[in-house]
Ligand binder design. Structure first.
Ligand SMILES: Cc1ncc(COP(=O)(O)O)c(C=O)c1O
Length: 366
């Protein structure tokens, strides 16, 4: 029996041909193929201003720079995320300020954000943990009450295709960052994207991601070199045609993949409810989860893991709170302290079906 994956890498069969034709084109750097992928992303999210990048991490870094985050500024975030979210803040020389989470979703808690806002606060990063959207309206209300200009950057690494109150993730905040790393719903091998609401931010990121040179506006002069001046730092964060070829073909299967992930999420809810020793999350029906994985809280996590793994079904925490790492400042807040000890993830992918979930339910009921 082949081992069930916790995460699956979704590659459309048609990707072989597309990648091959790019490899044979003598142009694998950023070019028409990247433009084509960006066009497909814009269509999928229904938003004009989307830049691709080479990762979710570089997308976060560029968004923070475009939001004007500089050394000494504070950026508020949830500790329940992957280290990349906190590192991107550190790359700017800014201070990651951790706040508490909502116990029912694992997402950042707007009430806790309110307590952490100070004169130094420049931005808030909202991580849609496991693919369920953060409470974006409540976050915006807290910002409005503070009467400060605070940017919202959504870390949607887990949440491609998710929706908040009928709006696609990507269309809500100043900046939304996606990851197309190999385990994410949509993969380019590695890659990322930033959705912006404002054209100015979009143009700035377009420049920043390629050394500070605007590929379309800074055209080569008579001598053959592009004409530009560099006044501040630029980065090598762009996507290439090779990765974009994968993205173009893989985005074609995303509706199907997301539908299946949602079906598995619903089945976990159906079969795991009312089992002693575990608590399921409380999601609002109006929001559309993309279920990168299925999370729950287990009274005795070690026992839970042992039982599920005895079925040859993988099970893990995915990531633990990142404020525990020495590079950051650890906080002690009620919900994250509890979550750290009890949260656990189950796999959601097209290798998982109802019979696996029924087996999990049966062994947990014993
Ligand atoms: C929440 C979160 N943010 C950011 C990232 C970074 O994405 P990438 O690996 O594409 O740089 C990840 C990666 O898994 C993640 O889980």
């Amino acid at each position: 029996m082949s081992k069930l994956p916790f995460f699956k890498t979704y590659i459309n069969k048609s990707a072989n041909n597309k990648v091959n034709s790019t490899l044979n084109s003598n142009f694998i750097n950023e070019g028409f193929v990247v433009n084509e992928f960006e066009h497909k992303l814009r269509k999928f999210i229904n938003l004009k201003y989307i830049n691709t990048t080479n990762s979710g991490t570089s997308s976060l870094h560029l968004s923070l720079i475009a939001a004007g985050v500089s050394p000494g500024d504070d950026v508020i975030l949830s500790p329940q995320t992957f280290i990349a979210t906190g590192l991107a803040i550190k790359y700017c020389g800014a201070n990651p300020v951790f706040c508490d989470i909502q116990i029912d979703t694992g997402n950042i808690c707007p009430i806790s954000i309110k307590k952490k806002i100070s004169n130094r606060t420049k931005a808030i990063i909202a991580v849609h943990w496991s693919g369920y959207p953060c409470d974006m309206d409540e976050i915006q209300k807290v910002i409005n009450k503070s009467k400060k200009k605070i940017y919202v950057i959504e870390d949607a690494a887990h949440a491609f295709g998710a929706e908040y109150k009928g709006k696609k993730i990507g269309k809500i905040s100043d900046f939304t960052c996606f990851s197309f790393q190999s385990t994410k719903h949509l993969t380019c091998g590695d890659g990322g994207a930033i959705a912006c609401l404002d054209k100015k931010h979009y143009e700035e990121i377009k420049k920043l991601k390629w050394f500070g040179i605007h590929r379309e506006k800074d055209k080569p002069g008579f001598l053959g070199e592009r004409i530009y001046d560099l006044k501040s730092l630029g980065y090598k964060y762009h996507m290439n045609n090779y990765s974009a070829s994968l993205g173009i073909e893989n985005i074609k299967i995303m509706k199907k993949v997301l539908k299946y992930h949602r079906k598995i999420g619903d089945l976990y809810f159906k079969h795991l409810e009312n089992i002693d020793g575990i608590s399921l999350m409380k999601y609002e029906k109006i929001n559309l989860h993309s279920y990168w994985f299925f999370q729950l809280l287990a009274d005795d996590r070690e026992e839970f893991i042992t039982k599920v793994r005895s079925l040859n079904i993988p099970c893990n925490v995915v990531n633990q709170r990142i404020d525990k790492y020495k590079i950051f400042k650890k906080i002690s807040e009620k919900n994250i302290n509890f979550f750290y000890k009890h949260h656990i993830g189950l796999p959601v992918n097209t290798s998982i079906n109802e019979s696996h979930i029924l087996k999990i339910a049966k062994i947990l009921k014993k």
